[in-house]
Design a protein around this ligand. Structure first.
Ligand code: ATP
Ligand code: MG
Length: 362
């Protein structure tokens, strides 16, 4: 069976380092591994509109930001198909049919939807589109027959819901859709990177992000202001690693070779952590090290972005071509779905012939 990836992001802002360690860095590795037959990367504008219906300009302006972030991280239009969700209308049509296979109570139980509703203060008036976005996400995944969906762990309930839809569809209408699986980073710090304020998840909606396109100075300022262990007041005090944002970021970003380069008194992160826990290691020293490590990773991304920004029409052209190619694939799946659901009347010569016969005999 072909190995196919589908993944994407909402154009609600520029991409941040949470996206990077949770999904984007992995996508680039998978893209370059040569192990996948097709890779689809979607800018989920229709999904972004489900909770930004009154702010279409925000979504419109952020398409290019997300595309620039993709390309500057190393997604390559020769190897990955980058497209805009709303430009593939087949996805909406699939959602309409999948809606019959999901109950309201099942959607209400989806933990990600629950917490997102809370975060947006939607309790009293949830837009129907937002409430049903897990169904639309199932359309996105199945339209491309994706086998693998690389995401952060907040998306696990979505993939689970998608798998249920696939199972239900195939058992009602016959084997048609491909069962996908989520690919979550093994490193816990990467699968849900906290914000610089130490809040559970770095998220555009919470305003606690380090953006991939932040300047060197902005990144440094944000790192130096990061939440650490509030009880670690004096350098000599023993410090806590658990819940300490700076160490969680080091887990996500640093490798042994960074020590030789920037902090040669230590061999690896375990030694640094042990010293911090013993006492005698100040936050500023650890933050400076984190800054060196992150700047090394972000600098090439930033400079590629500067180059790409010089030719915005070329970036739109990549998305236009990608959207056309994505639509061809989704149209093929939609026609298989319609055949399975027996709503392909005009292609079904047998149906027409059989009814004609019945009427001529009658
Ligand atoms: P919004 O607040 O608009 O929902 P977001 O920051 O949550 O934005 P999404 O576009 O919803 O970003 O997420 C895109 C992808 O990035 C998903 O696969 C998601 O799991 C992953 N992701 C988002 N935030 C993080 C994070 N802090 N750590 C790891 N992965 C993340
Ligand atoms: Mg999100």
């Amino acid at each position: 069976m072909s190995q196919i990836i589908l993944t994407g992001d909402r154009p609600t802002g520029r991409l941040h380092v949470g996206h990077y360690v949770g999904s984007l860095r992995r996508r680039v590795e998978l893209q370059n591994s040569g192990e996948y037959d097709k890779i689809f990367i979607m800018i989920a504008d229709a999904q972004a509109l489900t909770d930004n219906a009154d702010n279409p300009e925000k979504v419109r302006q952020n398409i290019i930001e997300v595309a620039l972030d993709y390309l500057s991280c190393g997604l390559d239009p020769e190897k990955s198909i980058m497209f805009i969700q709303s430009q593939v209308p087949e996805l909406t049509e699939l959602s309409f049919y999948y809606m019959n296979l999901v109950t309201v109570s099942r959607l209400q139980r989806n933990p990600t939807v629950k917490s997102e509703i809370q975060m947006r203060n939607f309790e009293a008036s949830i837009p129907v589109g937002f409430f049903t976005y897990p169904i639309s996400q199932a359309s996105d995944i199945t339209a491309f027959k994706a086998t693998t969906v690389p995401v952060g762990d907040d998306q696990l309930p979505m993939i689970e819901q998608c798998r249920e839809i696939v199972h239900k569809f195939n058992s009602v209408y016959g084997e048609t859709l491909v069962m996908p699986k989520a690919l979550i980073p093994e490193n816990e710090s990467c699968s849900r990177l906290p914000g610089i304020d130490g809040k559970a998840k770095m998220s555009k909606s919470l305003g606690n992000c380090i953006y991939l396109s932040d300047s060197e100075e902005e990144v440094q300022k944000k790192i130096m202001s990061m939440f650490t262990d509030p009880d670690h007041l004096k350098v000599s005090d023993p410090g806590k690693i658990e819940g300490n944002t700076v160490f969680i970021y080091l887990d996500a970003f640093c490798r042994d070779e960074h020590f030789a380069k920037y902090l040669p008194d230590y061999q690896n992160l375990d030694e640094l952590k042990a010293h911090y826990q013993r006492g005698g290691l100040g936050d500023v020293k650890v933050k400076r090290f984190l800054n060196a490590v992150m700047q090394e990773e972000l600098a090439p991304i930033r400079s590629r972005r500067k180059e790409l920004e010089k030719d915005i029409p070329a970036v739109y052209e990549i998305l236009r071509k990608g959207s056309a190619e994505a639509e061809r694939t989704a149209a093929q799946t939609l026609s298989e779905v319609k055949r399975a659901m027996k709503i392909n009347y005009f292609d079904d010569m047998e149906l027409i012939r059989e009814q004609a016969k019945r009427y001529s005999e009658g």
